[in-house]
Design a protein around this ligand. Sequence first.
Ligand SMILES: Cc1cc2nc3c(=O)[nH]c(=O)nc-3n(C[C@H](O)[C@H](O)[C@H](O)COP(=O)(O)OP(=O)(O)OC[C@H]3O[C@@H](n4cnc5c(N)ncnc54)[C@H](O)[C@@H]3O)c2cc1C
Length: 473
Amino acid sequence: MTHTTPSRSPDQVTDLQQLRAGFAGEILTPADGERYDATRAVYNAMFDRRPAVIARATCDGDVVAALLYAQSARLPIAVRAGGHSVAGYSAIDDGFLLDLRPMKKIAVDPHTRRVRVGPGVTWGELDEATQAHGLATTGGRMTTTGVAGFVLGSGSGWLERMHGFACDNLVSARVVTANGRILTTSAGENPELFWGLRGGGGNFGVVTEFELQLHPVGPTIYGGMLIYPRERAPQVCRHFRDFIADAPREVAGGLIMLTAPPAPFVPAELQGRPAVSLLAAYFGDLEAGPEVLAPLRSYGEPAVDLVGPMPYLDLQAITDPGNPPGRRNYWTSSLFTGLPDAAIDTLVERADAATSPASVTILAPYGGAVAEVAEDAVPIGGRSAPWFYHCYGIWTDQDDARHIEWVKGTSAALRPWTRSGMALNFFTNVDEDRVRAAFGDEKYRRLVALKDEYDPENIFRLNQNVRPSSPPR
Ligand SMILES: Cc1cc2nc3c(=O)[nH]c(=O)nc-3n(C[C@H](O)[C@H](O)[C@H](O)COP(=O)(O)OP(=O)(O)OC[C@H]3O[C@@H](n4cnc5c(N)ncnc54)[C@H](O)[C@@H]3O)c2cc1C
């Protein structure tokens, strides 16, 4: 899956001077050496791709100019925000990379509790700005993830049981379409396009501003991490499942089957060994936190207990150290229809069979606000699923086939308890069948109608692609 074909040289790209004249941001080609290489790099090292041109947009006008230029030069387009697509959508060989990272606007309005966000902003940056006002919205569980691709793919985070997915908190968006039109979308303006943007990905245009609803959160919350040796995972998972069944929506959490890190807080005998980490947070009244989360400590003595008052910003960064960019990634995920003991045991067995110490398997609950939104309110549904899993194959050697096989094997082993409908952002392999299954037939038809209206030529195809009715294939 690694792509290292040589790019077009700049003089093969028609009229680059023409683009430069009308473009405020930086334009890079392979001739720019190290700067070009650093700019084209994405999170997933499986996608070492070499665009012919990288255009670093600073404003709506740049986005319009870039899109029109790329089409006139017949260059396929990739759109890049935070660069975290595990399917490699923000990397392209020989094409045109529209890099939105310079668009870093963050404007918090503490009175309306809303924020306007540029597409170059990451979750770490946005959380920091909103937490200055004691506010937050459902955001990525890693600080380096881009707000843009995350929200457009629906967006799952620790706050979702209280406030829904990130896309449920989208109030409006400004979009540049393939033909260079600039549209505002909201519940009252271009409402069908607004519907499609909340999980339909980058299919309909380039979003140059997101307006998100914020909520009072923290800045100190009660939560943290407990770590147990992996042998205890089946019991810890059962306890946590039973605890969540009666837990209020203010409780968030998840279990991560991982290799215990060589961190100073991990006992030496557990470092480098398989473990299960239980992450939990209580977003209600800080004083009530210890009592609400007390049952978690009744699972028996953990090897690590870092649960206590903590900044919300630290919770948002808690998984950062385990996921540095630049490693090879192959991901899958699914919604559980239920979580019987047999499903838990299978999940743990598969985690034990991981082929790389960097790989992780995650089990986490939905419920609360997630389940209260109507199935067809946004493209991605699956709202009634009680639990979901992610299986992330992560490695640094070149033995891709072995690691990918482990991920696929996990998906197959868990199939008896899972269903379709998981957000597409959690998959490396996204074919047409998976896209259709994720949305379901009826919503897929609605998305195709939107595609026909806003991108009939399928200019935006490097994504979880919804094909127009009669696309140039
Ligand atoms: C380490 C890591 C942690 C993650 N954690 C979570 C998590 O907690 N919850 C969750 O739900 N997901 C999570 N994800 C998945 C993540 O939501 C997706 O990978 C998402 O696409 C990342 O957005 P980005 O802007 O960083 O990606 P990019 O790679 O920059 O963009 C991905 C694609 O989104 C589209 N796109 C991006 N910006 C725009 C725009 N402005 N207009 C139109 N289309 C656009 C394009 O098709 C683009 O190719 C995680 C991914 C990683 C790698």
